[in-house]
Design a protein around this ligand. Structure first.
Ligand code: SF4
Length: 373
């Protein structure tokens, strides 16, 4: 059985207007954070029941730490944790941090996959949501990544303010030309507490209509599928064999250990979460204490997580696998709802699988709400 390691770097050069991830532009605590991550790795290395097979350093913007600090962090992590079985080692980058030194440094410590947030290839759209990079910078960074890495992923956002079908087509065309092994495409959401939400409330930007979002989602699905990508999860597309192993493991309920402020962990029986506060996190770790809160995982929660994560994938729920799970008895709670949703075409049901047809993925949340207990 595999297991995953996630490391959260809570710093960004500046805050994007739509972002509600735990991150801050104030990186003055970065040296302390690196020390705390190493301490946390040491304190928690026995929590995973299985050997670590994937690593994902995300955030925030890990690349904002700079090449030297990232190399030092990864080198020291390797001394604390057994990473000898890791097959996929991903680091998230932003275009403004990508240069030859950064990429060579990451490769030198065993990183074999990078994921970069391009989001749009139209400068006015990037500017409106507070991205720091331009389309030209993204294209240059993407070229370097393609030259130096075999496995990489780029992110795109659709439903951006002022984005039109024409401008989305343009971004997508450019993105397809890059021929990345993996792409993620997310619908922009207006989360309360973000700058974008305030801009919307003040009438400065307008949320894309449901019809526009649907049209964009179907367009992205169609264009990327035609370009040889498999739409294997609601927001993820891969060339054959290039699916993200780390993320697929989350959907397959593989145990994972999350280190850093705001990071979550689950070993199959216990959920643990670190405070979404650099201050609280550092206070605990610099005193040599774990900062995570433990929350035993109930069978109902396990069942719900299983249903939610599996139905976001192309394969859906394998009923034989579900029957063998410790929470398999809850499958009967779905029977009537599954029949109803199948009769309206919102679910596809075969002898062995239940899945949400791709054309209903954008409204998957409503379907999932009906199925969980
Ligand atoms: S770079 Fe990513 S994590 Fe940082 S503020 Fe922007 S969207 Fe959020």
């Amino acid at each position: 059985m595999p297991a995953g390691l996630y490391i959260h770097i809570p710093y960004c050069h500046s805050k994007c207007a739509y972002c509600d991830f735990y991150s801050t532009p104030d990186s003055s605590t970065a040296p302390l954070l690196v020390e705390a991550l190493i301490t946390e790795a040491r304190l928690r290395r026995d929590e995973l029941p299985e050997p670590i097979t994937t690593v994902y350093i995300g955030g925030g913007t890990p690349s904002s730490l700079g090449a030297e600090t990232l190399v030092s962090l990864i080198t020291r992590l390797r001394r604390e944790l057994d990473l000898s079985r890791v097959g996929e080692f991903t680091v998230e980058l932003n275009p403004e941090d990508v240069d030859r030194v950064m990429l060579e440094s990451l490769k030198s410590v065993g990183v074999n996959r990078v994921s970069m947030g391009i989001q749009s290839l139209v400068d006015s759209e990037l500017k409106l949501v507070g991205r720091r990079h331009t389309a030209a910078e993204s294209l240059e960074a993407a070229g370097l990544i393609a030259e130096m890495f075999e496995n990489y992923s780029f992110d795109l956002i659709f439903g951006l303010p002022e984005q039109t079908m024409e401008s989305l087509e343009y971004s997508l065309k450019k993105l397809i030309e890059l021929d990345a092994p993996h792409l993620s495409a997310y619908l922009l959401s207006y989360e309360q507490g973000t700058r974008l939400y305030a801009m919307m409330m003040a009438g400065k930007v307008e949320e894309a209509s449901e019809e526009t979002c649907e049209e964009m989602f179907h367009y992205v699905d169609k264009r990327l599928t035609e370009a040889g990508y498999r739409h294997y999860e609601i927001s993820n597309f891969a060339k054959p064999g290039c699916e993200s192993v780390h993320n697929s493991n989350y959907w397959n309920t593989t145990p994972y250990l999350g280190l850093g402020p705001g990071a979550h962990s689950c070993d199959g029986n216990m959920r643990r979460h670190n405070p979404r506060s650099i201050k609280q996190y550092l206070e605990a770790l610099t005193a040599g204490r774990k900062s995570c809160v433990n929350e035993p995982e109930s069978m109902e929660n396990k069942f719900n997580d299983y249903v939610i994560t599996r139905l976001r994938t192309e394969e859906g729920i394998d009923l034989r696998d579900l029957a063998g799970q410790p929470f398999g008895e809850f499958a009967s709670t779905m029977t009537d709802t599954v029949k109803r949703l199948a009769s309206t075409g919102h679910l596809t049901v075969t002898d062995t699988h239940i899945s949400i047809p791709r054309h209903h993925w954008l409204t998957a949340d409503a379907i999932l709400r009906d199925l969980i207990i």
